[in-house]
Design a binder for this molecule. Structure first.
Ligand code: SF4
Length: 331
């Protein structure tokens, strides 16, 4: 590794010490902002994640000027349009008031590295939000809250998740892998905003991409390989668009084992036959979902501490987010 690259990488690693900034629907942080004057305090977010993330509370309804307590709102379909209305006759349409707030607010959220939304909310729900589709009150679950939808459209690269889905360990890990990868992308030092910087970002995420499928690493590699100074801006944009899409894919145990065997290949000259057998047995137990991913990852990390491998050490695969989050699990 070149001295320049090492220096740049040190800067990158120290900048990574900054906690990712993650927006959160304010009621999930215990703020009494809900229509009934209550909150939806989420223990996982408040107790665990808040130690590692800089959380930015946002309550679109209160910030848009609605009082607390207030009448509940709902989404209603009106022709092809989805409107935000007060949930009691005469069903006052407040879409304009919310949209005015959203347009004024979004720019201030550009620096976020992720957002955790409250599920089912007509303002904050990010997936499968109920929408009333006829006079009988019949609902479909295929809408998106007004604020969450506008956020996603304005910032398609910023990872989003709902609080309910964070209870699923695979989705939770995937979300934080994306948050930290996106933060790394944004914090690439200015000196590395060149073709070399793109190549190195891609190289350091090789194993993480291969955990989703080696063809994704190759596909993104073709984008990198064709990059020149003249098409750099376009290629950087195309690269991060596709990279963040690929990162939403959940890695399967079989693919994770392939990656870990690849890492083990670097250790083979240095570890005993017994150590190799133990690693293979732990990989297999993980593949059979008898052990969580943290077990083979910890064992590999132990051997890498004893026998450092510079190439593996510069990969983000083994530590995609702080170990203290203790999120690595059965995937
Ligand atoms: S779901 Fe969103 S709009 Fe509703 S109370 Fe929570 S933060 Fe406010």
């Amino acid at each position: 590794m070149s001295t320049l690259y090492s220096l740049q990488q040190n800067r990158l690693n120290s900048s990574q010490n900054a906690q990712p900034r993650v927006g959160v629907s304010a009621c999930l942080l215990g703020r009494k902002v809900r229509f009934d004057g209550g909150h939806k305090n989420n223990q996982l977010i408040v107790s665990s994640l808040s130690k590692h993330l800089e959380l930015k509370p946002v309550c679109p309804e209160v910030e848009a000027g609605f009082s607390t307590p207030r009448a509940a709102m709902q989404l209603r379909k009106n022709g092809e349009q989805i409107r935000l209305v007060i949930n009691k006759a005469p069903f006052q349409d407040v879409t304009g008031q919310m949209n005015d707030y959203i347009h004024a607010k979004l720019d201030s959220l550009a620096g976020l590295d992720g957002f955790i939304f409250k599920k089912d909310s007509p303002s904050c729900g990010a997936f499968r939000v109920p929408v009333v589709i006829n006079q009988d009150g019949y609902r479909n679950r295929d809408a998106v809250g007004l604020f969450a939808g506008a956020f996603r459209e304005r910032f398609p690269l910023i990872p989003i998740e709902e609080e309910g889905r964070l209870n699923d360990s695979a989705l939770r890990e995937n979300f934080f892998e994306r948050v930290y990868a996106y933060q790394r992308w944004k914090m690439i030092p200015d000196a590395m905003h060149n073709v070399k910087g793109l190549i190195e970002f891609h190289a350091r995420h090789k194993l993480m991409l291969m955990g989703r499928g080696s063809h994704y690493y190759q596909e993104l590699g073709r984008l990198v390989a064709d990059t020149t100074r003249s098409n750099l801006a376009h290629r950087r944009s195309a690269y991060i668009d596709r990279f963040m899409q690929v990162m939403t894919l959940l890695s399967r145990p079989g693919r994770q084992v392939n990656v870990m065997q690849h890492i083990m290949g670097y250790l083979k000259p240095f570890i005993s036959a017994e150590d190799k057998q133990e690693l293979l047995a732990v990989f297999e137990a993980y593949r059979q979902q008898e052990l969580p991913l943290i077990t083979p990852i910890t064992l590999l990390s132990h051997h890498l501490r004893v026998h450092p491998q510079p190439y593996i050490n510069q990969q983000h695969y083994l530590d995609p987010f702080p170990r203290q989050l203790a999120l690595r699990s059965l995937l």
